[in-house]
Design a protein around this ligand. Structure first.
Ligand code: B3K
Ligand code: ZN
Length: 872
């Protein structure tokens, strides 16, 4: 039914477009687009030109000013027969294409669409072809000249990429603005925004002394939520100059926040369009985490200006070239400007949960995919987060100095071009002299490698050996695997918690071991007692580690390791160990007993919280159900939830006095957003969370909510009330709803809590809330907050053995298939992973997928995933 594309079939384009002049007569019900392009033939043999396009009404085409009829049209393209014209050796011509669009009816939120009262675009990956016929591929770079005309009262702001070069009023109440972008770009970076906004202006002086105008456009009335985003932008611009030596290149940088958006944000040249969720923040409406997310996404899109825009991708298989690298850059930004350990822990936690699960799913793919049906399906944790890990490993192997040398070379060689992942690795290799031949396999091999480590200690010789073997299990897309080049960072601790110097024959040994073969032995000398190894420190590679730690060894690492990541990671292993043990006891109907040894260790961490508040919070937070689930071949969502709940209650009860003491000790005055206060609120609210499960809970949570002067605290109270099913819950939830029902973004937090309630009737509740006045099926944020939270964060309810969760999701997907296939394809993920469940659930999930597969006009987005799931 559908035609996939393969990486190996890449061909340079026969034609290119060097200049594109776009004229938009905007109207939500009837927009007219005139696109005039200068086309150049690159391949002297080519006689026909195929342009991509769909989702509009095609009105006319002219070639060099004359009516043109030698074309063939199908559902997805227009092919021009240029035999006559192509007699000449160098072929250049002008095409004028007119199309009609209805932005108000474009619920796919790709191409040109209406968001609230405004109109905007989203073109990556292949949305430009929903505006006009175009060579819609990233290796066609053109200069853009854009004129927008629209009603002035409804759309006082008309924005596009680059510089505003002219504007004027028309007699009929409309006005027009003309924009010119001096930098050639692929059409996926084109943007247009029209609407009425509040505008926050600022400026930034670059290191070479150029003044850049910064403009942030938000919905009217939201100016009091715009400051943080602006500050984040300036901070990002400065950081990129300091750490990467990269300076902004245009005279103006605009960001527009819109409410209807399929993803987080979009890095269009000079005109970023953002999901309002990642722009708007003030203490009343945003939590500490929201603040950090805004900063991170603003930074990410800004960093794309060099890694993505100035150097773009040759084809979409190379997506990780810009995304992996830009995620790496935003992670480094957050680590340099906040806590490195906390950032690393959060990123690793996310990767292990989400990316490892993707590797184990029917959608598994390498960071540079080989085969794609619908490109939007490949904006994945693998391409982004694992992609960033691959860049990070190169950084580990090269070191900062040589890595930056490689970056300089990469940019110098590829500026203004459409590059490949190979171009990047090759630049790194040539700039550093480090051989990356084997390392390159990370780009073509999918799956999560497993490192198995054993050790032996020779007491007489004081010699210690690590025996390391690697293996990557087959994945749905790739049966056989090869050995990778894996950097394994280690430390060896003596039982008192002091690290040994790593020596061999008296010489220093690097703490990063190069794992390149199936099995390797590493020997260390002058190790005076049997050490406890810290392995895969800082998660030096995106792999699973198997070393048979005893709880005692892990507690040693927790107590003494100098590396914060290692301490946290030791606790993660302790928690999994405990979960497995308790699950067994539970299945055998035994009395469940939490290990007193672990409880004592955790209690000591809490007692010492002042030495490191953030780390204490991370250590004492139980892994989520989905994180626990990842450790099992066959997932038992019901029992995982039950046992996790017992663990939670045990921790709450056993450490009760300490939770309360800590809760009372931590004092915060007025709300300030800085690392220290965020850390304090984090720990204090974790104490509250545990206390909610004790008899003190109801009174304390109620009071916490009433006294809260910021969203972080209000939401912590609300969440505690819901998770512990406190008596005050319904009152507090109703109060919150009264206060915020008109604010979609804030209500998303409320929808999330509703959807993740541990109550038996939660599905019914979710179904009813779909009629809530604040809910809107066509708004992806609302949908993710209610439906997304239910299916992803409430596994116990979603996977109910009566199949009700699956049926619920199926109905939603049938509707979304028509309105917004891209979001549908995101939400179907938990369903296609049926192989991870017992046969009864598998049957039910497969039935749901089969039903979807038969839906009329199934989108490519859903087709690709269902087909893979059913046939893998
Ligand atoms: N490049 C965009 C993502 C586009 C997704 C298209 N389905 C945002 C980002 O990664 O920065
Ligand atoms: Zn990105």
């Amino acid at each position: 039914m559908q035609q996939a594309k393969y990486r190996k079939n890449y061909r340079t384009p026969d034609f290119t477009i060097t200049h594109l002049s776009l004229d938009f007569q905007l109207d939500p019900k009837h927009t007219v687009v005139k696109a005039v392009s200068r086309v150049e033939r690159l391949n002297p043999e080519a006689t026909s030109l195929r342009l991509d396009g769909h989702g509009f009404q095609f009105a006319s085409i002219k070639l060099n000013g004359a009516e043109f009829t030698a074309y063939q049209q199908d559902k997805e393209s227009l092919t021009l027969d240029l035999t006559e014209l192509c007699g000449e050796s160098a072929v250049q011509f002008e095409l004028e294409i007119i199309t009609y669009l209805v932005p108000a009816e474009n619920t796919s939120l790709q191409g040109l669409y209406q968001s609230g009262e405004g109109i905007c675009t989203q073109c990556e990956a292949e949305g430009f072809r929903q505006i006009t016929y175009m060579l819609d591929r990233p290796d066609v770079l053109a200069r853009y000249d854009v004129t927008i005309t629209a009603d002035k009262s409804k759309y006082p702001y008309l924005l596009s990429n680059g510089n505003r070069i002219a504007q004027g009023d028309l007699a009929d109440g409309r006005h027009w603005v003309q924009w010119q972008d001096p930098f050639p770009k692929p059409c996926y970076l084109f943007a247009l925004v029209a609407g009425d906004f509040d505008l926050l202006q600022d400026n930034f002086v670059t290191k070479s002394g150029r003044n850049v105008l910064l403009e942030l456009y938000v919905d009217r009335g939201n100016l009091n939520r715009a400051d943080w985003a602006m500050r984040s932008l300036k901070k990002s611009m400065k950081w990129d100059e300091d750490r990467f030596g990269l300076e902004y290149d245009l005279d103006i940088y605009m960001i527009v926040a819109v409410d209807f958006f399929n993803m987080g944000a979009m890095e269009n040249k000079g005109l970023n369009v953002f999901n309002s969720k990642f722009v708007l923040a003030n203490p009343q409406t945003a939590t500490d985490n929201d603040y950090l997310d805004v900063e991170r996404v603003i930074a990410h899109e800004y960093f794309h200006n060099w890694t993505g825009n100035r150097v773009t991708c040759r084809d979409w298989f190379q997506l990780s070239l810009k995304e992996g690298l830009t995620v790496f850059r935003d992670q480094e930004f957050s680590s340099d400007t906040g806590s490195r350990a906390v950032n690393r822990i959060n990123n690793v936690q996310f990767l292990r949960t989400m990316q490892f699960a993707e590797d184990a799913s029917p959608m598994s793919h390498p960071i540079r995919p080989e085969k794609v049906l619908e490109m939007n399906n490949f904006y994945t944790v693998t391409v982004y987060e694992k992609g960033a890990e691959v860049i990070r490993m190169m950084h580990t192997l090269l070191g900062e100095k040589r890595f930056q040398k490689g970056m300089q070379l990469y940019i110098a060689e590829n500026d203004g071009k459409a590059a490949t992942c190979e171009d990047f690795v090759s630049a790194m290799e040539r700039a550093s002299g480090v051989d990356l031949t084997q390392f390159r396999r990370w780009y073509s091999q999918s799956g999560t490698p497993e490192l198995t480590v054993t050790d032996s200690y020779d007491e007489k010789k004081h010699s210690y050996k690590l025996i390391v073997s690697q293996m990557t299990p087959p994945t749905a897309d790739q049966m056989s695997k090869v050995n990778l080049h894996i950097p394994l960072k280690i430390a060896l601790y003596n039982p008192k918690g002091m690290p040994f110097t790593l020596l061999k024959n008296g010489e220093l040994v690097d703490d990063v071991l190069n794992i390149t073969e199936s099995e390797q032995i590493f020997e260390f000398h002058d190790i005076t007692s049997r050490p406890v190894p810290a392995l895969l420190c800082d998660f030096s590679a995106p792999v699973k580690l198997d070393y048979d730690y005893s709880p005692e060894q892990l507690i040693t690492l927790l107590k003494f390791a100098q590396n914060e990541f290692v301490r946290w990671d030791a606790v993660q292993m302790l928690f999994s160990y405990e979960l497995r043990r308790l699950l067994e006891q539970y299945k055998n109907a035994q009395q469940l007993e939490f290990s007193p040894q672990i409880l004592t260790a955790l209690s000591q961490v809490l007692a010492n919280y002042q030495s490191n508040i953030e780390l204490t919070t991370l250590i004492l937070t139980l892994p989520k159900e989905a994180e626990f689930a990842e450790q099992f071949k066959v997932i038992d969502p019901e029992n995982i939830a039950i046992v996790r709940d017992i663990m939670q209650r045990t921790l709450a009860e056993n450490l009760k006095t300490q939770w309360l003491e800590t809760y009372n000790q931590i004092r915060l005055e007025d709300y300030q957003i800085n690392t220290q206060d965020i850390a304090k609120r984090g720990l204090r609210n974790l104490c509250l969370h545990y206390l909610a499960f004790t008899e003190l809970g109801n009174a304390l949570v109620n009071k916490h909510y009433l006294h809260a002067n910021n969203m972080t605290d209000s939401l912590a109270a609300l969440s505690a009330a819901c998770k512990a099913q406190l008596a005050c819950r319904d009152n507090l939830m109703a109060d919150f709803e009264r206060k915020w029902h008109q604010d979609g973004l804030v209500m998303d937090k409320w929808f999330n809590l509703q959807a993740t309630r541990p109550d038996d009737n939660v599905l019914l509740n979710v179904q009813q809330l779909m009629d809530h006045p604040s809910f809107n099926f066509n708004n992806p944020n609302r949908l993710r907050a209610l439906v997304g939270s239910f299916i992803n964060q409430n596994p116990r309810a979603f996977h109910a053995v009566d199949g009700s969760g699956y049926r619920f999701l199926t109905e939603i997907l049938i509707n979304l298939n028509k309105t917004n296939p891209q979001v549908a394809a995101r939400l179907i993920e938990p369903l296609i992973r049926f192989r991870r469940y017992d046969s009864q659930r598998q049957q039910l999930m497969k039935r749901a997928l089969q039903r979807l597969f038969e839906v009329e006009n199934l989108s490519r987005d859903l087709y690709e995933k269902i087909e893979k799931a059913l046939n893998s």
